[in-house]
Design a binder for this molecule. Structure first.
Ligand SMILES: O=P(O)(O)OC[C@H]1O[C@](O)(CO)[C@@H](O)[C@@H]1O
Length: 540
């Protein structure tokens, strides 16, 4: 769809439309859209009220974020005058996903660090530091990945004879430890974001706009696009696309379709599903319920046109025969539309769409492992090895046979209408071929299959895996790092942190009774090739 095109949601499937219509009527009768736009915190019940009371400012960001535009432009011009035109962004989840989709859509370069993979961070460090500014984005100001990137870049600047403080721009909430540190260290500029907006709803706050704007994206236009749809989204009437989308998701979920398969069908937006994934999964995946977003490459990818009764394909862009639901509109408008729809479906599912109660467990498990080097280093011995792939199998999976046989036994553990989650703690650029496993495994297993880079997905679908419908099976991929990086001032390296994150999340998933198969690639390239061959042997 072209910018400026009308923002709308279409339900083309007659049955789904009929089932959603009463939900839309009820939402209209309860004046949910108007109340949401007015910041009414009672929409999700008494248990959610105190949190919702400090989480609803995102509905008005198209107005309240305006003053940022001039500040961003001024800083960009100042940096350019000094020859600084390469922007690196350190931030996890809501602190990097929106700027990534904004800049990819506009085709402006932004190096995003939402990884602990030492090779990927080393590649970012190898860019021209004389021309580099790093935006350190963290709402809480305490996220370990982001803090590690800040430390590593500060040292690299200093080692290169560059004044590090002049190259660090911070986006954080007022009063966070990062805000205090930035002041103490005299960092170049601190953008304080609206604390009444949660991370995954923060696309149109400083978290989305500062890195994207410094990289050269037209962020004023994004606010214009959001402003263009705001009135429609606040209206308690049948023409409100957020009500249509929320009701479609709610009706499908009530019918057993708890997965939402997202494919771009020509929206003109690049990577929207990666952003929507966090919004939907972290907002809804809790208390044993929720919607599992499954981002796929194209409408032709396995899991979309051939989705079973447990999933609803959603076209981002023009509708297709395969997709009962399609959403259209320019990026700024789509951000706001999907945020409204997600908050509203939270009401239909009777959960609090603003907390993420199960994310902390994996962080704690990783911290515990980092504090216990013997356990981290030793780890469990692999159950078996097949060429460059070491196999750490869950209970119930025999490792007597080949890797293909192990995979077959593992996939057989999925319950009917369960799902497979592939989690690659690897380098998203150098090991990019790992992402091809999603389609191959989905095709061969017939399961809805998600793919996430670790630890990136921990801040996105990670909440759902632990808090949502408990019918997933988990394939973790870890790999021997070719290089490692010290984290200055910390007793661990980036490689150790990455390893602890994989093991820690694996432990938590296992405690939830979910099967976790970890495959460790002793040689990454050879291991991925070997694994792909084994997957191809798994019969369809
Ligand atoms: O901006 P922060 O505080 O660094 O958090 C990053 C991300 O981590 C989470 O808190 C969950 O892990 C997300 O909700 C958030 O977007």
């Amino acid at each position: 769809m072209m910018p400026g095109e009308e923002t709308k949601v279409t339900i083309t499937d007659g049955e789904l439309a009929a089932k959603s219509a009463p939900l839309v009527d009820k939402l209209i009768a309860d004046q949910v859209a108007g109340k949401l736009a007015a910041g009414d915190p009672t929409l999700w019940g008494p248990a959610a009220e105190s949190e919702a009371a400090i989480r609803l400012s995102w509905t008005a960001l198209h107005r309240s974020s305006r003053p940022l535009i001039g500040e961003i432009e001024a800083l960009r011009a100042e940096l350019h005058r000094e020859g600084i035109d390469r922007v690196v962004l350190a931030g996890m989840g809501g602190s990097s996903l929106a700027p990534e989709v904004i800049t990819r859509t506009e085709g402006v370069p932004l190096t995003v660090l939402d990884t602990t993979d030492p090779g990927q961070v080393a590649d970012a460090l190898a860019g021209d530091l004389n021309r580099t500014v790093i935006v350190v984005s963290s709402k809480s100001g305490g996220t370990v990945e982001t803090d590690s990137h800040r430390r590593i870049f500060a040292k690299a600047f200093a080692d290169a004879g560059i004044d590090a403080a002049s190259r660090i721009v911070v986006v954080t909430d007022p009063g966070s430890p990062l805000a205090e540190l930035a002041e103490a260290e005299g960092y170049r500029k601190v953008f304080l974001a609206d604390p009444h907006v949660g991370g995954r709803y923060s696309a149109l706050t400083a978290f989305g706009l500062v890195p994207a704007g410094l990289a050269g994206a037209d962020v004023a236009r994004l606010l214009d696009q959001a402003a263009g749809v705001a009135e429609k989204l606040a209206a308690d009437g049948a023409g409100n696309p957020a009500l249509t989308l929320a009701a479609a998701w709610g009706a499908a979920h009530a019918d057993g379709a708890e997965k939402v398969v997202l494919a771009d069908t020509g929206s003109g937006i690049t990577g929207f599903a990666d952003w929507a994934e966090q919004l939907i999964a972290e907002s809804t995946g809790k208390q044993g319920t929720g919607l599992l977003p499954v981002a796929v490459d194209s409408p032709g990818a396995p899991g979309f046109a051939d989705a079973g009764p447990d999933a609803t394909p959603v076209a981002i862009g023009p509708g297709t025969d395969a997709a009962p639901v399609a959403t259209a509109g320019p990026l700024g408008a789509q951000f706001l539309l999907w945020e409204f729809a997600t908050a509203i479906v939270g009401r239909l599912l009777e959960i609090n769409p603003f907390d993420q109660p199960d994310v902390e467990a994996a962080k704690q498990a990783a911290r515990d492992l980092l504090g216990d080097p013997a356990r981290l280093e030793g780890g469990a011995q692999p159950s078996a090895a097949d060429g460059p792939v070491e196999i750490f199998a869950p209970a119930g999976v025999s490792t007597d046979g080949t890797l293909a046989e192990v995979l077959r036994a593992f996939l057989a553990l999925a319950p009917e209408h369960g799902y497979l989650s592939v989690q690659a703690y690897l380098d998203r650029l150098d090991d990019a071929s790992a992402a091809l496993l999603r389609g191959e495994l989905a095709r061969r297993s017939g399961l809805q299959t998600t793919f996430g880079w670790g630890p990136r997905f921990l801040h996105s679908t990670g909440q759902y895996h632990k808090g949502g419908h408990q019918n997933g099976i988990f394939l973790q991929l870890t790999g021997a790092p070719e290089t490692d990086l010290e984290v200055p001032g910390r007793p661990y390296t980036l490689g150790k942190l990455q390893h602890a994150q994989a093991l820690g999340d694996g432990q938590v998933l296992t405690q939830h009774g979910r099967p976790v198969l970890r495959l460790h690639l002793t040689d990454r390239a050879a291991g991925l090739a070997h694994l792909m061959r084994a997957v191809e042997e798994v019969a369809g």
